[in-house]
Design a protein around this ligand. Structure first.
Ligand SMILES: [Zn+2]
Ligand SMILES: [Zn+2]
Length: 455
């Protein structure tokens, strides 16, 4: 599914100087490619926090608070930035929107407006050059590289964010973003620990700096790990994948193959036993009257996608198997030629107008040599289909791998062949391969024709 359409007005060709991101990375210019501000924010500050943690005792209350605030700010991204603003998968009342804008800002991953625009481009242009964090450029690029290396903003696919520009909470947060980051990223967690139980420094280091680092790394996994690890039960043409590990790390954003197929569904995991605390939280907000209009795709639509992907996998497996030479590629034999060749020692058996070379199979025939030998050089259609023994489905399948020709002429066989050709339309898979269903093999005759030979 694609997100809303962008306004595609033609742009004047840019004659100004080339963006650094579009020049090759060399030993002399690499530092110009680096977005140093982001390096400082994403890696520098956490590194300093790690060092500071050596001298900062960790109290139990602060540790619990850091984990609780990790969930608050993480949900600010997953339930707020992602499912509410980027995908509009539910509606939220003003108090909830303000709360999500604040704690989402506390995760320090950019403003809602900036984040949602990039994410909509990611969904619309997944895996292409216009995808801001395309995993096709490597795991680390999709995780961090797209932020720590300068990007040409013109490369990112354009998306419609007019709905976000109409949300005063989004606009307010975008305007005051740095204040929100400082206030909710560092000040608020420090105040809670400081005023609550006197641990100002611990609040700053653990619930502030290090908690930001963990929330960031966890949510970055949606762009990297969720496009890297796991299964693709709905569509395997693009990179998104489903995996429980990603779900555990990302507060439930790990069923990413589902999510890219059904992005406006407020759920990421659809089974009750799958881990999706973001979904559970949104649902709880609904019970409290804070969230409403939770969007959900019908199970019918979801199952269709799953079945189509299964069908594709089955087609791939089927195409690797030997179903015998297609009839139209087999040489046409005259009946007399067939009888002649069989007399001269070739183990040929004609069944339903198709000639099979069973020479190497005679000794392995489960019904014994005598039985199979009695069909050689004859029309064994009826024998094979119940005249002597009603052969199994597996036997028809095996027989098809021994095909060597089709017969022209030959009484009942020819009559049957004509009617069979007229009545049978082969089912084919999407790559044009014939699908042979159990009981639908060409050699399978529901009501055996009785022939003089078989009598
Ligand atoms: Zn994705
Ligand atoms: Zn998404």
């Amino acid at each position: 599914m694609s997100t809303k359409a962008e306004s595609s007005r033609p742009r004047a060709p840019d004659t100004k100087k080339v963006h650094i991101a579009d020049t090759p990375l060399t030993r002399n210019n690499w530092y110009k490619h680096v977005n140093w501000l982001n390096v400082y924010l994403i890696l520098g500050i956490p590194a300093m926090g790690c060092v500071q943690a050596f001298w900062t005792p960790l109290y139990l209350k602060t540790a619990v608070w850091a984990v609780v605030y990790y969930f608050f700010t993480g949900l600010g991204i997953t339930a707020g930035y992602h499912r509410l603003w980027a995908h509009c998968s539910y509606s939220a009342t003003l108090p909830l929107r303000i709360w999500l804008a604040l704690v989402g800002g506390g995760a320090v991953e950019g403003s809602i407006r900036w984040w949602a625009r990039g994410h909509r481009a990611h969904h619309r242009y997944t895996d292409t050059e216009k995808d801001p964090y395309s995993v096709r450029k490597g795991f680390w690029y999709s995780h961090l590289g797209w932020m720590v290396m300068k990007q040409n903003p013109k490369r990112i696919g354009r998306t419609d964010i007019s709905d976000l520009n109409e949300d005063p909470v989004v606009i307010w947060q975008h305007r005051h973003y740095l204040k929100v980051v400082f206030g909710m990223g560092l000040l608020f967690p420090m105040l809670v620990a400081g005023l609550g139980w006197g641990d100002w420094l611990g609040g700053f280091v653990y619930a502030g700096i290090l908690r930001i680092f963990f929330v960031q790394q966890a949510t970055f996994c949606v762009n990297s790990l969720a496009h890297w690890l796991g299964d693709q039960p709905f569509d395997d043409r693009n990179s998104p994948r489903d995996h429980v590990i990603t779900a555990l790390v990302t507060l439930g954003e790990g069923y990413h193959n589902f999510h890219h197929e059904f992005p406006s569904d407020y759920r990421n995991a659809i089974e009750w036993h799958q881990y999706d605390p973001t979904k559970w939280t949104i649902w709880s907000w609904k019970q409290l009257g804070l969230a409403y209009d939770l969007k959900q795709f019908r199970a019918n639509e979801i199952e269709k996608g799953r079945i189509q992907q299964l069908q594709k996998k089955i087609d791939q497996k089927r195409s690797k198997l030997d179903w015998g030479t297609p009839l139209e590629q087999l040489p046409v034999l005259e009946w007399d030629d067939y009888v002649e060749q069989a007399k001269n020692g070739r183990g040929l058996v004609a069944i339903a107008g198709v000639v099979h070379d069973v020479t190497d199979f005679i000794k392995d025939h489960p019904g014994g040599k005598a039985m199979i030998n009695s069909g050689i050089g004859k029309d064994a259609t009826a024998m094979f289909n119940g005249g002597i023994y009603y052969h199994s489905n597996a036997a028809h399948n095996l027989l098809s791998t021994m095909r060597v020709g089709v017969i022209r002429g030959g009484c009942e066989v020819e009559i049957w062949k004509r009617s069979h050709k007229e009545n049978t339309e082969y089912v084919r898979d999407e790559s044009g391969q014939r699908i042979i269903r159990a009981g639908a093999q060409v050699t399978k005759i529901p009501e055996p024709v009785s022939t003089a030979d078989a009598a």
